[in-house]
Design a binder for this molecule. Structure first.
Ligand code: URA
Length: 275
C-alpha cells in the first residue's frame, strides 16, 4: 500500500484548503464538526435504545440541551433568552447574562462572547451585525478594519467609545467563516438586543448595515433604508429614534458611498444635539 499521497490527492487537498480559505474558514476552532445546517430543526434521527433500564426513575430536571444533537431546540432557546433578558435590570446584569447564555449554537465555535464596548450610559447606541475574526479573538465589537473606520466616522461628529457611545451587535458570537447569521440565530440573540435598548434608552440608535436594519426594523435594502429616521418602542413604550447607516465594511469596499455616509452622520449629529 502506498503511504505517500499521490500528486492528484495533494492537488485535491490543496484545492479544498484553498476553497476553505476563500470561504473565510481560516482557523480550526473545534475538534469535532458541528452540523449547523440541521441545528434547531424539529425532526431529528431517532434516539438509540437505552442499553439498560435506569436504576431509579425519580424526578428529572428538563435538560435544555437535546441529548442527541447537543443543541438547544430553537424555540426553547428563544424562550430562555426572553426570560433571562427580562430579568436583567442593568447593563452589567445583561452583559453577565449574555456571557453565561448557552442557548446559541454559534457559541460552540466562537472564542469569545462579544457583547458591547463603550459607555453604557451614552445617549448614542450603535448596533452592528456580528463579530468577525478580530472581534472574536479580542471579545469586543468593531475592533478590526471596519471598526477602525467606524471609530473615525464617530470621531468626525465628536463621538468616541471612551466617552459617549455604546457599540454592540445583533449577534454575540462569530458565525463560522463570517457567514450571514441565520434567522434562528438572530431570533435567539434578539431578546438581549431589545433589553439592551430598553435599559440604555438611547437618544439615538444607529443600525450599522443591512443585517441589524432587517432584524430590528424588518426592512430589506440598506440603500433605501439608510439615512431615514424611524422609531422603535422599548418594552415600556418609550419611543427611540433609529437610523440605519452603511456598514463601515461596505464603505471600505465602496468608498464612493462615504459621501452619503457623511450626510447620515451629520443628520445623526443634529439629532443628538437637539433638545
Ligand atoms: N462588523 C460588525 O457588524 N460588527 C462587529 O463587531 C465587527 C464587524
Amino acid at each position: 500500500m502506498a503511504l505517500a499521497m499521490e500528486n492528484s490527492e495533494k492537488d485535491a487537498a490543496r484545492a479544498i484548503l484553498r476553497w476553505y480559505a476563500e470561504m473565510g474558514v481560516d482557523e480550526a476552532v473545534a475538534a469535532a464538526p458541528a452540523d449547523l445546517q440541521t441545528w434547531g430543526k424539529t425532526e431529528r434521527s431517532p434516539a438509540p435504545k437505552p442499553r439498560a433500564e435506569p436504576i431509579s426513575a425519580g424526578p428529572v430536571a428538563t435538560p435544555i440541551f437535546d441529548s442527541q444533537t447537543l443543541a438547544v431546540p430553537a424555540d426553547e432557546a428563544i424562550a430562555s433568552a426572553k426570560a433571562i433578558a427580562a430579568g436583567c435590570d442593568s447593563f452589567e446584569a445583561l452583559e453577565r447574562a449574555v456571557l453565561d447564555f448557552e442557548g446559541c449554537p454559534l457559541k460552540a465555535g466562537a472564542r469569545n462572547t462579544v457583547f458591547a464596548d463603550g459607555v453604557p450610559g451614552a445617549d448614542l447606541l450603535v448596533i452592528g451585525e456580528a463579530p468577525g475574526r478580530d472581534e472574536d479573538s479580542i471579545g469586543k465589537p468593531f475592533v478590526g478594519r471596519a471598526g477602525q473606520l467606524l471609530d473615525k466616522m464617530l470621531a468626525a461628529i465628536g463621538r468616541s467609545r471612551t466617552e459617549n457611545v455604546l457599540i454592540s451587535n445583533v449577534i454575540y458570537w462569530r458565525p463560522p467563516g463570517n457567514r450571514t447569521p441565520t434567522p434562528i440565530e438572530t431570533s435567539i440573540c434578539r431578546p438581549f438586543v431589545d433589553r439592551l435598548i430598553d435599559i440604555t434608552k438611547p437618544k439615538a440608535l444607529v443600525l450599522a448595515g443591512g443585517a441589524p436594519t432587517q432584524a430590528l426594523l424588518g426592512l430589506k435594502g440598506i440603500m433605501r433604508a439608510r439615512g431615514v429616521w424611524r422609531e422603535i418602542e422599548t418594552s415600556d413604550g418609550t419611543p427611540i429614534p433609529v437610523m440605519p447607516i452603511f456598514h463601515p465594511a461596505f464603505l471600505l469596499r465602496q468608498p464612493a458611498n462615504k459621501r452619503l455616509a457623511w450626510h447620515d452622520l451629520l443628520s445623526l449629529q443634529a439629532r443628538l444635539t437637539e433638545d
